[in-house]
Write a protein that binds this ligand. Structure first.
Ligand code: UD1
Length: 421
């Protein structure tokens, strides 16, 4: 199995180009199902999750032409509306095909995602949203079977909890429904915004984009037509991760192709830790930081501090001069990186959903194990600052979401290599 070997303690410098956002690209790919014309996508990240969803669309009968950062998807040839366990079990976000399949084809069955390393992650809100649009939903042999014989009917969907994927499924379901659907307490993440802009451009007019209150004018069964190519927004989590790399290694690193507005909370937290930056709308340079201060982080929905940056900040905080506190509010069990960071010499104490990170003088190499996508990047960040050579196992988690990680880090001067045993 592949593992990463990282020799820590080397100063880094240079430029890194941030890839397209995986979490924006996934709903965009799912939204291709709402069209019977070719959809062109640009700036896709070259990561496993994208290939998995494209494979699912191919299995449904779509013609997919994928080449590194670009894809053309033609969903005029769909022959099946069944998202099989084999794919959904690999990637929970496959549930995003529920809304568009149901909206366009009036029926679908999607395997239940199954367990997830960062907590239960139920899909009850996705199901409730399509039921509100008058779909009949049953559970049958591990599959969510949904049907809307006369097409989905517009209604008011009220989310009692903010959900990114649930909002995305709801807007896609509403896109070809009959009438105007209102969504109350919608997620406002940049990935949701880009999906709404895409649907709007495709013919399902949407009011309130970027707010928690959306109004989707359904096309009454008419497939959408995305006239322009869709360029996926820069990955705010990848960008934040490289800023953490700069902060912990005391390096000057410039990020290209970022949307600095999307990473304001990460910038603000690093500033509070003593980091300094120069930035434009699309680039940001982090300067070397001699001494890192402690930080207090509470994860919450956008525009608050993202749960997907929690593990990376915890890695940086291990070498701060003061104690730091992290409270995880979105997912239970999203602290599996703690024991692995402690193996690298960190001193992190955990109680429930709160972690206290006590400062240590140095981190030292060890053999560690990646447990989920963002936990893996926290281990990479810590290893880059640790003395000695760290081995990180189970890096298939990293491959799901970080585009060309070793290549990008090597270009910055890191001693990192992928090995196999
Ligand atoms: C998305 C992101 C993930 C990020 C998360 C929160 C993608 C592919 N993934 O995941 O990287 O960490 O947003 O920013 O975009 N919930 C329910 N019932 C549901 C759905 C969600 O209770 O039906 C709960 C979840 O368990 C969690 C909270 O709502 O506690 C937020 O989850 P949600 O926003 O839906 O996350 P995802 O869309 O799965």
């Amino acid at each position: 199995m592949d593992y990463l070997e990282i020799e820590g303690g080397h100063p880094l410098s240079g430029e890194v180009t941030i890839s397209g956002a995986k979490n924006a690209a996934l709903p965009i790919i799912a939204a291709a199902l709402l069209s019977d014309k070719e959809v062109k996508l640009k700036n896709l990240p070259n990561v496993v999750d994208i290939r998995t969803l494209l494979k699912l669309l191919s299995m449904l009968g779509a013609k997919v032409d994928h080449n590194d950062t670009e894809a053309t998807i033609d969903c005029s040839t769909i022959t099946s509306t069944k998202a099989v366990y084999e794919i959904v079990a690999q990637m929970r976000a496959s549930i995003l095909v529920l809304g568009p399949l149901l909206s366009r084809f009036k029926h679908c069955s999607v395997s239940l995602p199954g367990g997830c390393a960062i907590g239960q992650r139920p899909i009850d809100l996705h199901i409730k949203a399509v039921e509100t649009l008058e779909a009949e939903v049953t559970l049958n042999e591990g599959y969510v079977v949904a049907e809307a014989k006369n097409g989905l009917q517009a209604n008011k969907i009220i989310f009692d909890k903010i959900t990114v994927g649930g909002t995305e499924n709801a807007v896609m379901a509403a896109a070809m429904a009959n009438g105007v659907t209102e969504i109350v307490n919608a997620a406002k993440e940049p990935e949701v915004v880009q999906l709404c802009q895409m649907l709007d451009m495709g013919g399902a007019k949407i009011e309130g984009i970027g707010t928690s209150s959306l109004k989707i004018h359904g096309t009454n069964g008419v497939p959408l037509h995305y006239k322009e190519a869709i360029e996926v927004i820069p990955d705010r989590i990848e960008a934040g991760t490289y800023l953490c790399v700069g902060a912990i290694t005391n390096s000057e690193i410039t990020l290209l192709n970022v949307n600095t507005e999307h990473i304001q909370t990460s910038i603000e937290k690093l500033e509070s830790m003593g980091c300094t930056f120069d930035y434009t709308d699309t680039t940001i340079t982090i300067h070397p930081t001699k001494e890192l201060k402690g930080v207090t982080i509470v994860t919450t929905e956008y525009p608050g501090f993202p749960t997907d940056m929690q593990a990376q900040f915890m890695a940086v905080a291990t070498l701060a001069q003061e104690e730091s506190l992290v409270e995880e509010r979105l997912f239970e069990n999203r602290f599996m990186h703690v024991s692995e960071l402690n193996r690298l010499g960190a001193d992190i104490w955990l109680k429930g959903n709160i972690a206290a990170i006590r400062p240590v003088k140095e981190l030292h190499a060890a053999e560690v194990m990646a447990t989920d996508l963002r936990a893996s990047s926290a281990l990479v960040i810590a290893s880059l600052a640790a003395t000695g050579t760290t081995k990180i196992r189970r890096i298939y988690h990293l491959d799901r979401g970080y585009d060309r990680l070793e290549e990008k880090l090597s270009k910055l001067g890191a001693k990192i290599s992928r090995k196999n045993d």
